[in-house]
Design a protein around this ligand. Sequence first.
Ligand code: 9WO
Length: 249
Amino acid sequence: MQLSVVTLFPEMFAALTDWGISGRAVKRELITLDFFNPREFATDKQRTVDDKPFGGGPGMLMKSGPLIAAINQAKKSHGTEGEEVKVAYLSPQGTPLDHAAVVNLAKRERFILVCGRYQGIDARVIEQEIDEEWSIGNFVLSGGELAAMSLIDAMIRLQPGALGHEDSAKEDSFGNGLLHWPEYTRPQDFENNRVPDVLLSGDHEAIKDWRKKQSLISTLKKRPDLISWERLSEEERTILKEFTDESRC
Ligand code: 9WO
């Protein structure tokens, strides 16, 4: 995937490129990242990248000229057609991202992400230059960069070869629409709190069943909104019914 980021703060993305799984994927070129900084497209001596909002009020907007120039340069870098590359803006007004959306975005060959700063960008820039708007949650950040980095990290780990173990992504939370089961490492006995016996039994079938059950119960307890009763198998529904019956007493 070729990914271009329009940002006033490209250095922030070192958090992705220099560390861990995402860093390794960048080094191996499973994803190529490049940056377009509106400041480099500012034409005045002070390289101004902010401007006052019409109608007044506190705060500033991103100055449209340098922003559009940076977006256009990013589009050009993806080939002359321009039609094929989607331009996304990260904002609290966007469509909420979830695992299924990330899986689809991660399949793209090319992608441009625009990061806002200050109070955001001119509505006409959104209308004319932005194809889609995405949100990572119902909260406000100081800029789009950390949201873009969250999305990029989520897409990177879905690139073939990004994780050492090929099935790891499938076993993640949400890979199957459910939360992950609880995991345990040493010591076996932690201040009189023991690892569940089944995990020490060596019985792989029993361990698999236990994990499936824990996964279902944990999802029902912590995120009941994620349970789609129609999409569960008969067996899965039985597990959850038994659990709710047990906990009613
Ligand atoms: C800043 C501001 C300051 C004074 C009065 C009103 C204000 N609104 C904002 C604001 O919304 N700033 C945004 C900062 C503009 C777009 C980029 N920023 C951003 C993106 N904050 N949070 C996100 C974001 C992106 C994706 N998912 C969740 C949050």
